[in-house]
Design a protein. Structure first.
Length: 232
């Protein structure tokens, strides 16, 4: 199942000019960061380490200008951002769900700088309030050094769980994890804590919980408690 997609059009390596354009965008970001924000962060995290360090100041400046809604002067970082894609090659990046697993397919045909610029320009397509929430997360992605997988998802989402449902609708996920009946809308702190304690008891191997799954279950139960208490 496709969760998010970013298509970046860019100059070919032998082209005399350097240009960037955007193609198909599937970037759900509500609630932030959503699948779209995680994918944009993954593109930045995967490619930023290979960008000339001298250009990072300008990359941060570009991100700040887009965050504020400023008009971005062109060309920027040796590349011109445009609508026309004639003569350009393209790279397609996807975040995909395969059963209970999430994988990132980062197909990069251009330079690392082109991928970074494309991901940053993609947030310009979002409403300004969303941009202002997304920009700090993308700055965090620029500092990530590690594999693009479950740990990266938790890093971007600011949670301890990598469960994809927690990204789509954190509150609905939390209600389900703590065993509230379907259709539950409003819960009290007392109800949350009671469900939390009962869920922990049932998840523990000493009370019949699956020992192989207990660690993840306890992490999810604890995170679900946090999500619900924060929403009260």
């Amino acid at each position: 199942m496709l969760l998010a997609e970013l298509e970046i059009w860019h100059s070919r390596p032998i082209a005399p000019t350097r240009r960037i354009s955007l193609g198909r965008l599937v970037l759900p970001v509500d609630p932030v960061p959503g699948f779209g924000g995680v994918l944009l962060g993954a593109v930045l995290a995967a490619h930023a380490p290979d960008v000339d360090e001298d250009l990072m100041v300008d990359i941060q400046r570009l991100l700040s200008e887009i965050e504020r809604g400023d008009r971005v002067p062109q060309p920027r970082l040796r590349h011109r951002f445009q609508v026309d894609r004639h003569g350009l090659s393209h790279s397609t990046h996807r975040m995909v769900r395969d059963g209970d697993e999430v994988r990132f397919d980062l197909a990069s045909n251009g330079s690392p700088l082109q991928q970074v610029l494309g991901a940053i320009y993609a947030i310009e397509r979002l409403d300004l309030p969303i941009r202002r929430q997304m920009a700090p997360l993308l700055r965090r992605a620029l500092t990530w050094r590690g594999p693009i997988g479950p740990a990266f998802i938790t890093y971007m989402a600011g949670t301890r769980t990598s469960d994809v449902s927690a990204l789509a609708d954190p509150r609905a996920w939390a209600l389900d994890v703590l065993g509230f009946p379907g259709g539950t809308v409003k819960v009290s702190k007392r109800e949350v804590m009671a469900r939390y304690r009962e869920s922990l008891r049932l998840a523990h191997p000493d009370h019949g919980g699956d020992a192989m799954k207990a660690s993840k279950a306890i992490i999810d139960i604890t995170e679900a408690r946090r999500v619900l208490l924060d929403s009260i």
